[in-house]
Design a binder for this molecule. Structure first.
Ligand SMILES: [Zn+2]
Length: 363
């Protein structure tokens, strides 16, 4: 039985983007309530942890320019806006340190052998946060926790190489920017075609620069993609890269915003997708990096769907076999159109050709 830490930071329940904002405050509490109802919290191998641990300013500065730290700090005193999409309610700075601290705690505990796996559901995003705020929308993010935890684990000698698999519907432009020239962190993102969705980055030819060339892998999939085509893309690209890169740890970001009923995106995935995705990822982590995995539950703007999907991911990580797979609306029927399948085929063929320059597994 895998020992699983569920990071549940009560202070984060306070974070409220405000009325009408797509990122709903109630998501986090409803997710934990769902875990309780479904019996996940009763499993003997699961422990709920609210670590008394905050990221330090030094941790933030491992990744970000001081200008961003000072901006968030200043705005969070009286409340304000980082950009049109990203309000900064009062107290945000402290909560941002707490949320980043939660995943740092989890990373240290997993690398130290206290837990095998850890799961954290976020109260605000991370993967769109670039080193500094250049005026472009941060998409509900403040600091890039995903990058901060990896840099922290590297700095303190827990980890040399890390693999980040990002299965949120949006491309993690911030993570990509931060590690673009870094061969010690492989960032792979599967996301909706950037021509059709914010932030508009993550094309297959964005592969990294300098020493980091080949260590950024983007798998854009067209709107309307179904479970089968998504999972096919994952299975053709992710396992071979993991086996060849051999990371010390896997950071797995999974959004529920790729669900068909999400109001912000255009995918056709159903609830049955989430256990399949998670089990595939866990299997490869077991095989390649001793099962050491940090799971971050990210975007998801249909609250009910996000709660169900995040419960499924968490239950799989906890080793629960009997799952309650419940769609929140009538799922799309039938298979994806042959146009979508052909698009995915063509993307995968081109991507493998590009990657074959850097990775023997695609030669
Ligand atoms: Zn997203």
């Amino acid at each position: 039985m895998r020992r699983v830490a569920l990071i549940y930071q009560r202070k984060l329940l306070e974070h409220d983007f405000g009325p009408g904002h797509p990122f709903r405050r109630e998501r986090l509490a409803l997710y934990f309530e769902k875990l309780r109802v479904e019996g996940v919290l009763d499993l003997p191998n699961v422990r709920v942890v609210d670590p008394d641990f905050k990221a330090s300013e030094d941790d933030i500065l491992l990744v970000h320019d001081p200008s961003l730290l000072n901006l968030i700090k200043r705005l969070s005193v009286g409340g304000g806006m980082l950009d049109a999409d990203t309000p900064v309610p009062i107290g945000t700075y402290e909560r941002a340190l707490i949320q980043a601290g939660g995943i740092i705690y989890a990373g240290r505990a997993v690398m130290g052998g206290e837990f095998d796996r850890a799961v954290q559901c976020v109260a605000f995003g991370g993967h769109h946060a670039t080193k500094a705020h250049y005026g472009f929308s941060f998409g509900f993010c403040y600091f890039n926790d995903d990058a901060i935890v990896i840099r922290h684990l590297q700095k303190y000698g827990y980890v040399r190489r890390a693999f980040i698999l990002d299965c949120d519907a949006h491309h993690g432009n911030g993570i990509q920017e931060i590690f673009y020239d870094d061969p010690t962190v492989l960032y792979m993102s599967i996301h909706q075609d950037p021509r059709t969705l914010y932030p508009g980055t993550g094309f297959i030819d964005e592969v990294g620069v300098g020493a980091g060339e080949g260590y950024t892998v983007n798998v854009p999939l067209p709107p309307g993609v179904d479970n089968e085509n998504y999972l096919r893309a994952l299975r053709e690209i992710f396992p071979p890269l993991m086996r060849e890169f051999k990371p010390d740890i896997l950071l797995f970001i999974v959004g529920a915003d790729n669900y068909f009923a999400d109001p912000l995106t255009n995918y056709n995935l159903t609830m049955a997708f989430y256990p399949e995705l998670t089990n595939e990822v866990l299997k490869i982590a077991d095989e390649v990096c001793g099962g050491r995995i940090l799971i971050r539950l990210g975007g998801g703007y249909n609250v009910k769907a996000a709660v169900n999907a995040f419960y499924l991911v968490t239950a799989c990580a906890a080793g629960m076999e009997k799952l309650n797979i419940e769609d929140v609306a009538t799922p799309p029927t039938g298979k994806a159109s042959s146009w979508i399948t052909r698009q995915v085929d063509s993307t995968l063929t081109q991507l493998k050709r590009i990657l074959s320059k850097y990775w023997a597994c695609f030669k």
